[in-house]
Design a protein around this ligand. Sequence first.
Ligand code: ADP
Length: 486
Amino acid sequence: MDILMVVPEMVPYAKTGGLADVAGALPPALANGKDKVSAIMPCYRGIEKKFKPAATGVTVTVPILEGDRLIAKKAQVLSAALANRVTVYFVKMDEYFDREALYTPPGGDYPDNCARFTFFCRAALEFMKAKKWRPDVVHCHDWQAALVPIYLKTVYKDDPALAGIHSVFTIHNLGYQGIFWHWDMKLIGLPWEYFNVNCLEYFGRINLLKGALVFADKITTVSRGYAREIQGPELGYGLDGVLKSRSADLAGIVNGIDYQVWDPAIDPALPARYSVKDLSGKALAKAGLQREFKLPEKPAVPIIASISRLTDQKGFDLIASILDDMMKQDMQFVLLGTGEKMYQEIFENAGVKYAGKAGVKIAFNDALAHRIEAGADMFLMPSMYEPCGLNQLISLKYGTVPVVRATGGLDDTIASWDPATKTGNGFKFHDYTAEALGKTLKEALFAYRRPDEWKKIVRNGMMEDHSWKASAREYRSVYNSIVAKG
Ligand code: ADP
């Protein structure tokens, strides 16, 4: 099978969150089988200098509205080989993509995000045309790629070069939908007949993700739990009706982890490698982390860590509420994150107030994320909702016990420790309350003080396999099901 992924971000080229990890890991996992897999993404600032992609010789032209004038804007397409015979194409268009941030510089989204990703989606389709390339499936990820399934069934539906190409759309986070004012219908170039509640309209505005949910041949999301939850009003973000109407075409496929990138046995970012057979390297990582965050170097004091976007979604209001109580206990807290200003301030202040007990770094730092995963004892993820969550899966591999709220992928992948049966890989609570989080954290701290019990929990997690193998097989069967339909 020939599959093209349309992605707004991808490891190792550009990353703001878990989608980039998925986009970087799923294509090689699929290409390890019989399938040919390619990906296309914008050529953001820094990619050319760092990765030196080659010219493909293809330049695409995309009509795009500027004011009232339709202007033909051009992009060059570059290419690079990712590991495992996966080709990645880059849409190079400096006006839109040579910028400080991917989508959201400090202060808010780029005002022309609709134009930027309209351009990207059309450029991807024009590139396929230019190459006379008809992939069996075009697999699009999140709102930034949503116009591809929409265009295939509208603007390009009678174009012999692209007509009939199948699309799969994956929701990585329903909280981000690509909502724009209604006049952008002209910008995206769709006739007004598609501006109705059964297509792109959403409370008087355009909703690109909604359009993809209507037009894609199949829809997937990143865990079974989340696939269920988004069909209900609480987590459906206003799209539960559309999702329910497509439930026969909606599948939940849990994300895997790229163990080439996230494995303490080979991780070059750590002071020493370790595995479930010999955890001495983890003790070194812990001492290193305590030094790095100016915390007393005490091997017996548990480090509770969080690495995250600082948003409401991730449960930082709960963490903020229990912080004072947490600090009274025999533990250390390490936080790495960026995000909402309010949370940055709360936790920066906490780092000052509880110096020597809490270490806070407001930054996006990949190497530090690896060192924290290795050096910490517990990983805190009390999310309000969590489509899949990668950090709890990474934590399991690094022997860092997840403390999570039972939602979406967290509920699917974390089982509460049961001392009677000695089963479970973490600690889990249900109610979205500070009390429930505080109580569960105390249970985890209690278990930590019983070294034999703790070793077993750590071991249970480290022995699990969350690689991409099984999930890639499930994606392949989704592709097969639509191709077989014809
Ligand atoms: P989401 O995609 O919702 O942000 P996930 O748990 O699915 O959450 O994936 C988050 C990914 O981003 C993980 O690989 C995590 O380590 C990484 N990450 C998040 N914040 C930071 C940060 N401040 N520095 C480094 N890596 C981060």
